[in-house]
Design a protein around this ligand. Sequence first.
Ligand code: FES
Length: 148
Amino acid sequence: MDRRKFIKDSCAVCLSAAGVATIASSCTPSRFISGSLGKDGLYIDTNEFVNKQKGKGNFLSYIIVRNEALQYPICVYRFNETEYYALWMRCTHQGTELQVAGDYLQCTAHGSEFDNKGTVKTGPADRNLRNFPVTVNHNQLFIDLRAV
Ligand code: FES
């Protein structure tokens, strides 16, 4: 096999594997919950992150909190048992509600993209997503909404 054909074939295999991984991660169904609204924020049971299809010890990387009291949903990413990020799903460009695709949030209006910590990865948005402080107390998360 000549060098050029080897590189071409190797790249095709790598791109196929990357494509399958991307499709697989974006096909994981999103879990929507409403949470419990308190005076200063939302309460969520950490068991909401348990991946019921795979069983105990397997966790979803995120859940989406959709509550009628909120103008936009909040995507809560779980990094480990003590680290969570709660992101306001409002595009910082012109306010369109974002869609979650695995570890990214995407805007269908003009294509902005944000990572799972709310950092802008693709414009036209030029500001990171608003995020809310999250505290963990035993099996409960508190998302502080006082800054909304
Ligand atoms: S409103 Fe999201 S990219 Fe324009």
